[in-house]
Design a protein around this ligand. Structure first.
Ligand SMILES: Cc1cc2nc3c(=O)[nH]c(=O)nc-3n(C[C@H](O)[C@H](O)[C@H](O)COP(=O)(O)OP(=O)(O)OC[C@H]3O[C@@H](n4cnc5c(N)ncnc54)[C@H](O)[C@@H]3O)c2cc1C
Length: 518
C-alpha cells in the first residue's frame, strides 16, 4: 500500500535518509525495515529564524512502482509529413520532440551554431568584446535558455504540461531533483549536454536539425504559408511553419511587418542588473546563518508597485555571473546565469520597471515603439561604455543619490565595467521608479541597500517588445494558415518552461490539422 506523507524538518535532517525513514515509519505506521519511499516535493521555508524543509513523500511497505514520470516516446518519422521549425530554443526543440511523438517529421532551422561551437563565440565576446550577431548568449542551439541559470519556474497553471517538460528534461539528462524541488534549476554547465541529447534524439528519429540556417523570407499564397527562404538563397516548400525565433530576432519582426503580417507593440520591462556578494544575500535571507552546508545559496524575489507601475526582480541568479547578452556589436545588454552548484561568490538579479507602449510614445499604435525604445537604450549604453562591450555600472547607493561612482567594486561581468551615472541612461520615469523601489526593497531585506552592491545596465531583454497575434489556446485566429508564431518572441512565453509548453501546443494543433487532411 502507498501513502502520501508530508512533514517539516530541519535542513540537516532533510539530507539524512535514516532520519527520514524513521520519521516516515512513525507517521505511516509501516514497519521501517520494509518501508520504501521517495520524495514527491521539497521546498525550503526560510521566512522565520528556524529554517525548515517541507517534504512530501510517497511511502509504501512494498516496492514503489508509481513514479508516474512522462517519458519521451520515440518513433521513426523519416518518411512522415514534414513541418518546419525556425529556432532551436526551448520552444523549437520541444516542438520538434513533440512532433516526433505525434508521428510528424520536424525540420529545424537555426541561425546559430551547435551548442559546442557556440561556446567559442561566447569566449570571444567575454574576452575580446566581439559580438557575433548569429552566435551569442541569445542565438544558437538551445536558444537563450542554454547559457542561463536554467531556472524552471513558471506561472503556468497547467500542471500536466509543466510536468511533461520537467520529465523530458530528466529523460535527456537533467537531475531528477528538478521534478521534486519547488524552485528547480539546471545550471549553465549541465544544459549543453541535455540540449545535445535532445538534438540527437530528433535526428535519430528521422528529424533534421540545420545550423547556420537563418530564415530570411517567407512565402504566402492565398493566405496560406507555402515556403521559406534560408540564408537569402535556398528555398524550401512547407505548408506548416512554427516560428520560434525568440525575443531578440528583430529581423524577423521586420520581415513579418514587411510581409503584411499584423504585429503589435507589447508591454515589457527594462531596468538594471544588480549584483551583491552572495554571502550578504545568504545572511539576509537565512537570518545571519552563513556557510551552512545544508542550505542552498539564497535567492530572493522582490516586487513593488511604484507610481502605478510594477518594479520587480527578474531572473535572480544565486551564485551567478552577469553576462553580456548583446546580439549586435553596437549595443550593451545584461542578463545572468549560474552553474548548477550556484557556487560563484556573487548574487545577481534583474530589477526592472514594467513599460507600456503609451509610457514611451503617444504613437503607441506603432508596432515598433517598444522595440525602438529598447534599441535606443541599448545603443546609448554602448556609447556610455566607450563603444565597447564593457557595461555601464554604478554603486547602488550612488544611483540612489544620482552621482557617478568614484570607483567600482569587482564584479562578475567579464568584459569589465565603466563608471557611469545610470540616471543618464534612462528617462526619469524609469530612474525615479527604480530609486523608489530600491528604497522599499531595502526595508524588506535589511542590508540590501549597500554601497557594495553594483548596478549594471541595461537589463532590457526581459521579454519580447512585440507580439504576433494568434489565438493563444484555441488557434481560431491564425493570421496566415500554416504559420504558427510561437514561444517568447511571439509573446506567448516568458521563460524556458512556458516556451517549451507553447512549442508543444503549436505542434499539437498542426497534428490535428494534418490528421484532418489525411
Ligand atoms: C542569460 C539568460 C539567462 C536566462 N535565464 C533563464 C532562466 O534561468 N529560466 C528561464 O525560464 N528563462 C531564462 N531566460 C529566458 C529564456 O532563455 C527564454 O525565455 C527562452 O529561451 C525563450 O525560448 P524560445 O524558444 O521562445 O526563444 P529563444 O530561446 O530565444 O530561441 C530562439 C531561437 O531562434 C533562433 N533564431 C532567431 N532568429 C532566427 C532566424 N531568422 N532563423 C533561424 N533561427 C533563428 C535563435 O538563434 C534562437 O536559438 C534567460 C535568458 C538569458 C539570455
Amino acid at each position: 500500500m502507498e501513502k502520501e506523507i508530508q512533514f517539516k524538518m530541519l535542513p540537516e535532517q532533510a539530507k539524512n535518509e535514516g532520519f527520514i525513514k524513521n520519521k516516515l515509519a512513525e507517521l505511516s505506521g509501516f514497519d521501517s525495515a520494509k518501508l520504501n519511499f521517495h520524495w514527491k516535493k521539497r521546498s525550503l521555508d526560510a521566512r522565520k529564524k528556524e529554517i525548515l524543509v517541507l517534504g512530501t513523500f510517497i511511502v509504501s511497505d512494498e516496492v514503489i512502482v508509481s513514479q508516474d514520470s512522462v517519458n519521451f516516446t520515440k518513433s521513426n518519422v523519416a518518411s512522415k509529413k514534414q513541418l518546419a521549425i525556425i529556432g532551436a530554443g526551448p520552444a523549437g526543440l520541444f516542438a520538434a520532440l513533440r512532433a516526433i511523438e505525434l508521428g510528424l517529421k520536424p525540420i529545424v532551422f537555426e541561425r546559430g551554431k551547435d551548442v559546442r561551437s557556440r561556446r567559442r563565440d561566447l569566449a570571444k565576446l567575454n574576452k575580446e568584446m566581439i559580438v557575433n550577431p548569429e552566435s551569442n548568449y541569445c542565438f544558437g542551439e538551445g536558444g537563450a535558455g542554454t547559457y542561463s541559470d536554467g531556472k524552471l519556474y513558471t506561472r503556468s497553471k497547467k500542471r500536466g504540461d509543466v510536468k511533461k517538460v520537467l520529465d523530458w528534461f530528466v529523460h535527456f539528462g537533467a537531475s531528477s531533483d528538478i521534478s521534486i524541488d519547488a524552485h528547480p534549476h539546471i545550471g549553465t554547465n549541465k544544459l549543453p549536454a541535455i540540449i545535445t541529447a535532445m538534438r540527437e534524439a530528433i535526428i535519430e528519429a528521422g528529424g533534421e536539425v540545420h545550423f547556420n540556417s537563418k530564415l530570411t523570407d517567407i512565402f504566402i499564397e492565398n493566405g496560406t504559408i507555402s515556403g521559406i527562404e534560408i540564408n537569402e538563397s535556398t528555398k524550401f516548400d512547407f505548408t506548416q511553419l512554427i516560428l520560434a525565433t525568440g525575443h531578440s530576432a528583430r529581423d524577423i519582426f521586420y520581415l513579418l511587418d514587411k510581409r503584411g503580417i499584423e504585429i503589435h507593440a507589447k508591454p515589457f520591462a527594462i531596468g538594471v542588473r544588480i549584483e551583491h556578494e552572495q554571502s550578504l544575500i545568504d545572511s539576509i535571507q537565512y537570518h545571519g546563518r552563513l556557510n551552512d552546508d545544508y542550505l542552498p545559496p539564497a535567492s530572493y524575489s522582490l516586487v513593488e508597485q511604484v507610481d502605478s507601475k510594477g518594479v520587480f526582480s527578474f531572473c535572480m541568479c544565486p551564485g551567478g555571473i552577469v553576462a553580456p547578452c548583446a546580439t549586435e556589436q553596437e549595443e550593451v545588454v545584461t542578463n545572468g546565469w549560474s552553474p548548477s552548484k550556484r557556487n560563484n561568490p556573487y548574487a545577481n538579479s534583474g530589477i526592472v520597471v514594467s513599460i507600456d507602449p503609451d509610457d514611451i510614445s503617444i504613437n503607441s499604435e506603432d508596432p515598433f515603439v517598444c522595440l525602438n525604445f529598447q534599441k535606443q537604450i541599448e545603443k546609448k549604453a554602448w556609447e556610455l561604455a566607450g563603444k565597447t562591450q564593457r557595461v555601464p555600472a554604478q554603486r547602488l547607493t550612488d544611483f540612489m543619490q544620482g552621482k557617478k561612482s568614484v570607483d567600482l567594486p569587482k564584479t562578475s561581468y567579464q568584459p569589465g565595467t565603466v563608471s557611469v551615472d545610470l540616471t543618464e541612461l534612462f528617462p526619469d520615469f524609469i530612474t525615479v521608479r527604480l530609486q523608489k523601489a530600491f528604497k522599499e526593497f531595502g526595508k524588506k531585506m535589511n542590508g540590501f541597500l549597500t554601497s557594495e552592491a553594483v548596478l549594471m545596465a541595461p537589463e532590457s531583454r526581459t521579454s519580447s517588445p512585440v507580439s504576433i497575434p494568434r489565438d493563444r489556446e484555441s488557434f481560431q485566429h491564425v493570421q496566415i494558415a500554416g504559420l504558427y508564431p510561437c514561444g517568447e518572441g511571439a509573446g506567448y512565453a516568458g521563460g524556458i518552461v512556458s516556451a517549451a509548453i507553447d512549442g508543444m501546443k503549436c505542434v499539437e494543433k498542426i497534428a490535428e490539422i494534418l490528421l484532418i487532411e489525411v
